[in-house]
Design a protein around this ligand. Structure first.
Ligand SMILES: [Fe+2]
Length: 250
């Protein structure tokens, strides 16, 4: 006959078993959580390493293009710095758009397909020669065509000489048909071209460059991008340009 003390002992034993099982279960869950944290950490480290490799590869390509032209120096790096600042001011989350910087850095990669005699010709260009140079936008896009991680950067490369009023090249896109990043690039590119010495003219100050760029709003440049550019001071651009000049990754 079962007594009440048997029942209590049995209940206690069941309770202890249940507690042991719960504790084992909890330990197992903690192990899963630790494993998950570790694989997440490893994945993140791998992704960061991959991003660094992408960036180093893009920089190497960009430097290879610039090495041909003693005048432009770190033009691509400065344009990338100016362009990212303008993009941020235009409300673009540049951290979410890593290809934007790649496109800025690689914009002139197609110049590898243009002969030196034409690219560096000191005299005015014939129409054929102008077409040969203008071809660099399409050549650049063709070079990057099969590189998956540069598919959006390729759009910047192809369209970096389009103009807001549709008179640019190669596709004569107008207005918002032009990818936004390429519209941002156009302002950054002109800013650097005007504020660095070139064989055919001397540089001007950031303030003078601004006056000239503002004149191009609505014709060469997207007025909305110009409005974003206007929120950034000349001293800021000067600092960005200086930090590129003094960096040693170029
Ligand atoms: Fe170009």
């Amino acid at each position: 006959m079962r007594t009440s003390s048997d029942t209590v002992a049995e209940l206690r034993a069941r309770l202890e078993r249940a507690e042991r099982e719960a504790a084992a279960h909890q330990r197992q869950l903690e192990r899963y959580a630790a494993d998950l944290r570790e694989s997440y950490r490893r994945e993140r480290a791998r992704a960061q390493q991959l991003r660094r490799s992408y960036k180093a590869t893009v920089r190497a390509l960009s430097n290879a293009v610039e090495a041909r032209d003693a005048y432009t120096g770190k033009h691509a790096e400065r344009v990338a710095a100016y362009g990212l600042a303008i993009a941020r001011a235009a409300g673009i989350d540049v951290a979410d758009e890593p290809q934007m910087e790649f496109g800025f850095l690689l914009h002139d990669i197609g110049k590898v397909g243009v002969p030196d005699a034409i690219l560096f010709k000191p005299a005015p260009l014939s129409e054929d020669e102008f077409h040969a140079i203008a071809g660099h936008a399409e050549i650049g896009a063709a070079i990057l065509r099969h590189v998956d991680f540069l598919d959006e950067a390729m759009l910047i490369v192809r369209h970096h000489h389009e103009r807001w009023d549709g008179s640019g090249y190669p596709d004569r896109l107008a207005g918002e048909q032009i990818p936004l990043a390429a519209r941002v690039f156009a302002v950054a590119d002109t800013l650097d071209a005007l504020t660095t010495d070139r064989p055919y003219r001397e540089k001007v100050s950031f303030a003078e460059a601004r006056q000239e760029i503002l004149r191009g709003s609505g014709t060469q440049f997207d007025p909305a991008v110009i409005a974003a550019y206007e929120t950034i001071g000349d001293d800021m651009f000067a600092r960005l340009g200086e930090s590129v000049r003094s960096s040693d990754n170029g």
